[in-house]
Ligand binder design. Sequence first.
Ligand code: UT7
Length: 333
Amino acid sequence: MKFDGAGIAITGSGSATPQAVVQNDDLSQLVETSDDWIRTRTGIRNRHLLEEGGSLSELAATAATRAIASAHLQPEDIDLVLLATSTPDDLFGSAAKVQHLIGARNAVAFDLTAACSGFVFGLVTAAQYLRTGAFQNVVVIGADILSRWVDWGDRTTCVLFGDGAGAVVCQRDEVDQLLGFEMYSDGSQNHCLNLSYQANPKYLVHDLTIQKGEYQAVTMNGREVYRFAVAKVPEVVEKTLFRSEIGVDDIDWLILHQANQRIIDAVAKRLKLPAEKVIANLHEYGNTSAASIPLALDEAIQAGKIKVGQTIVTSGFGAGLSWGCAIFRWGKS
Ligand code: UT7
């Protein structure tokens, strides 16, 4: 997508993961599974889970604070705190709490819910505010604590997820480093992946019965979501490359939502992208939903793999169903 005028630069990154690590073998004490099944079907070996006393807001705040420091900004410089999460501490939203925790006293803050596409959707949302000049500095956080919502007796889901947070700082800049994006939703497939509310109707007064109830554990039709991912992700990446007017050879790094190593490998193969250009860390963290892309991005930046000016293709996909791709260059030119 060609964009004339002011644009955005992604200038800082940070992440945070809980200390407690649960290995595949630990899970075979809970459900009928094995390290071999989990590794070969998903690539996951460990996941980090938030212990009692921790909160989504604190994990997100730690990632955001690190991202702001890495951009050489102060918390007061931030105009918007955008928190992509499906697992807030508070259904009214946790972004304002994060804003307070990080000391971003000049920022407005709100949550954005788009499950595993949340970070990509958040990044694109931030770009709109920056391109219009409404804001100068935005911190986009992807954070989730799915361990709160997984049924730890359901082997088809509990082995997949982990907890974590990742964040980037986006700044208004003369040169636009967001080269292109695409975003999609298909609510007709909504039933494939849910963390849904179930009403347990309660008679209140007169003839009125209200929808008192509670949220259920994560449910997923894994095969359907797998099929969706391997079909839609290469397609959305190819469309975004076309809109960005760059080719596969121009990609320095591919960072997909970390759901399954087999999905990552299949997409890279379809794009004819060599394995050396693919960043993956799901062996250590599992699927951390909205956190997975910024967590992998930050680790690769900290490790010195990703260098300023390099082109990164990210794609998130999951519940909604939703999917999207954003292509950007890291840092200021
Ligand atoms: O973050 C949002 C996006 N999410 C995704 O992209 C996830 C997409 N889906 C997947 O990654 C894969 O479908 C899974 C990893 C969830 C499952 O892998 P699969 O190769 O599609 O397995 P399956 O669901 O076809 O199940 C194969 C067998 C079944 O047994 P039968 O029916 O063949 O006897 C399952 O009951 O594996 C069984 N199974 C397990 N066995 C041991 C399912 N979960 C487990 C388990 N341990 N944890």
